[in-house]
Design a protein around this ligand. Structure first.
Ligand code: TYD
Length: 203
């Protein structure tokens, strides 16, 4: 049995990543893999309750970061680690890069604190592939403004998203082996083509 792989989807709100997640999952399925699709914050019953709080309630920045990692700890134990151990493929809508980008870049929490939490919660596991969906900030904003129900993060100002995106791009440069940048201003079929090529390379 070939070992399963761990793929994460990242990008600022409005970058369009969620549209493409099911495409990648069905591609992997067609290739004969067992695929688990999941998300963060969330992915477990407890994690989904934490997600409800995180997206709604005002809280201290460090509380926010700790709850993101608490949700992740549960997600790893209940879903991600058992699936990878079985040889399944895991496709997650966001993971630890999001905490570095949003709580670190966007909100300004010191990177060393996040490094420490990451070393605690998953000292050895990293995604095999991280797809970073990238769009100009104005495009992302225009997409968000079309939806009525914006959560606590989606209501943030331009400077927050600029800092979040900058941190995502910094991490992509820091970890070039696992990151692939996707230009999300392309048409859906162009993005699908790019994704198919990347997945082909990986498997
Ligand atoms: P998102 O993944 O964008 O879901 P939807 O597409 O349903 O809106 O929503 C999750 C939000 O949580 C998003 O605004 C980013 C934020 N987030 C963090 O701030 N830190 C994290 O570690 C994670 C996983 C998400």
């Amino acid at each position: 049995m070939t070992p399963g792989k761990f793929i994460t989807f990242e990008g600022i709100d409005g970058a369009g990543k969620s549209t493409h997640l099911s495409f990648v999952a069905s591609l992997l399925h067609e290739m004969g893999h067992t695929v688990i699709t999941t998300r963060e914050p969330g992915g477990t019953p407890l994690g989904e309750q934490l997600r409800g709080l995180l997206l709604k309630e005002k809280m201290h920045l460090e509380t926010e970061a700790l709850l993101m990692f608490a949700s992740r700890r549960e997600h790893l134990a209940q879903v991600i680690e058992p699936a990878l151990a079985r040889g399944d493929w895991v496709v997650s809508d966001r993971f630890t890069d999001a905490t570095f980008a949003y709580q670190g870049g966007g909100r300004g929490l010191a990177r060393e604190k996040l490094d420490a939490l990451e070393a605690w919660v998953h000292p050895h596991l990293q995604p095999d592939l991280t797809l970073l969906f990238n769009v100009p900030l104005e495009v992302a904003r225009a997409r968000l403004d079309k939806s009525r129900d914006l959560d606590r993060f989606e209501q943030e100002q331009a400077a927050f998203f600029a800092a979040t995106q900058a941190e995502y791009l910094r991490r992509a440069e820091q970890f070039p082996k696992r990151f692939r940048l996707i230009d999300s201003t392309q048409t859906i079929s162009e993005v699908n083509q790019a994704l198919a090529e990347i997945i082909e390379e990986l498997s």
